[in-house]
Design a protein around this ligand. Structure first.
Ligand SMILES: [Ca+2]
Ligand SMILES: [Ca+2]
Length: 427
């Protein structure tokens, strides 16, 4: 009877959790959601966990990343057969979440072959890294609401034993293939101590073992990390953009991955990328990927000869170690848009808020309007404006954006094709 109650509790849990996990887009969860009932494998995994743990066992769902399922079938020892990986918490044995690996037996039922307690109460994300060797790495980012940072732990599984390899605190962790060999590496920021600040480290699965291949010390002025993202610079090199919290606001440091090292992007043309990216607004984006590469926005103009420097947002990237200007735009964080303008305009143009319903107009030195931006709600009638020559350049969930051009065909084409909807906090 106890066993049945346990299993029943588990099934209630799994249905509750599945209904909460509807936003996931993994194949596994789609299959689970569309299944009329639990599959034989899932029931068997539930039974195995129910036998080994108390009634106070609940599943723990990863809160980010593409794998949001609490049970996932993966071949984590590379033997050609899937194991089940399950995340759960048994509040009778502790508050931290646990990971269990379950193997199918000859009759197709699952049994727990190995399980470990994680260093946190929740799970941010997990992934399976493959290197050149035969042993993949199960990488889990664990969360602890009571701590100012997460931790990650890397596990390998063989001979039915899950072993902990690397474990460290991390404020942020990203996966990307920064040496272009087809296998993912990972990169994370970690706090050394209050006095010694933070580091950025890159780790590669080489053959069967994890190796820290690059370490960079972050600016000593920072008090926290907002986020890290990967990007590609103008010269094609991989870079990590670290958005940092300082007493004065935010700043970004850029590290390039070259010759097996993380190098801080060098200064060029008299610019310091960190100074360029200092900004007080915590909601403002760190960087944005464009066709030409990833750029960081700045209010600092590239020269002193600009007629109206405060009108524009300048986008910088790094080429061969030098900071270079790659774009000029008008940015409206209110509307979440970025209107790129021909770079030569910055020396002779001004951007001004226009009259009436128009969001802004760019004027040349003779006060001729070159382009006017109109913002309408998604349900507003645009007929009047299209008859005045406005054309649609983009739309978001709330607005439609129109431009009226009074410039060359080439210039208007450039503005139309580069019009960008910014989604703050995403890239
Ligand atoms: Ca296997
Ligand atoms: Ca790689």
């Amino acid at each position: 009877m106890v066993q049945i109650r346990k299993l029943f509790a588990f099934i209630i849990c799994v249905f509750l959790c599945l209904s909460l996990a509807g936003c996931s887009n993994t194949e596994s969860i789609d299959t689970l959601l569309s299944a009329p009932s639990l599959t034989k494998e899932q029931s068997s995994v539930l039974q195995a966990l129910g036998k080994a743990h108390s009634e106070k066992t609940t599943f723990v769902y990863p809160t980010s990343g593409s794998n949001r399922s609490a049970i996932r079938q993966l071949d984590i020892d590379n033997d050609g057969e899937d194991e089940a990986v399950a995340f759960f918490r048994d509040s009778e044995t502790g508050i931290n979440a646990r990971v269990a690996i379950l193997e199918p037996d000859d009759s197709g039922s699952y049994y727990i072959s190995s399980e470990l307690e994680g260093p946190g109460e929740g799970i941010a994300s997990f992934s399976l890294l493959r290197g050149g060797g035969s042993k993949p790495v199960l990488l889990i980012e664990w969360t602890s609401p009571s701590l100012p940072f997460n931790s990650f732990a890397a596990y390998q599984y063989s001979a039915e034993t899950l072993e902990l390899g690397m474990e460290e605190n991390c404020t942020d962790l990203i996966l990307f293939d920064f040496d272009d060999d087809g296998n993912m590496e990972f990169c994370y920021t970690s706090r050394i101590s209050q006095e010694d600040g933070y580091t950025l480290k890159a780790v590669k699965l080489d053959d069967d073992s994890l190796r820290t291949i690059a370490v960079a010390r972050l600016s000593r002025a920072i008090s926290g990390i907002k986020s890290i993202i990967d990007g590609i610079l103008l010269d094609g090199s991989h870079a990590v953009f670290v958005d940092e919290v300082t007493a004065a606001g935010l700043q970004t440091e850029i590290f390039t991955f070259t010759d097996g090292e993380l190098k801080e992007a060098a200064f060029g043309e008299g610019f310091d990328i960190t100074e360029l990216t200092q900004r007080p607004d915590s909601d403002y984006l760190t960087s944005k990927r464009f066709d030409t590469g990833t750029c960081v926005p700045s209010s600092v103009p590239p020269t002193a000869e600009i007629v109206s420097p405060e009108s524009f947002m300048y986008w910088y990237s790094v080429k061969a170690g030098d900071v270079v200007l790659t774009g000029v735009s008008y940015v409206s964080t209110n509307y979440g848009i970025c209107l790129f303008l021909p770079a030569e305009w910055m020396n002779e143009c001004t951007v001004r808020a226009a009259d009436g319903p128009y969001a802004m107009t760019v004027y040349d030195i003779e006060n001729t309007d070159l382009v006017t931006l109109l913002v309408l709600g998604v349900s507003d009638d645009a007929t009047q404006y299209t008859s005045e020559g406005f054309t649609l350049v983009g739309s978001s969930a709330f607005n439609r954006f129109y431009c009226r051009f009074n410039c060359t065909e080439e210039e208007s084409e450039y503005i139309r094709t580069n019009f960008t909807i910014l989604r703050l906090g995403e890239n």
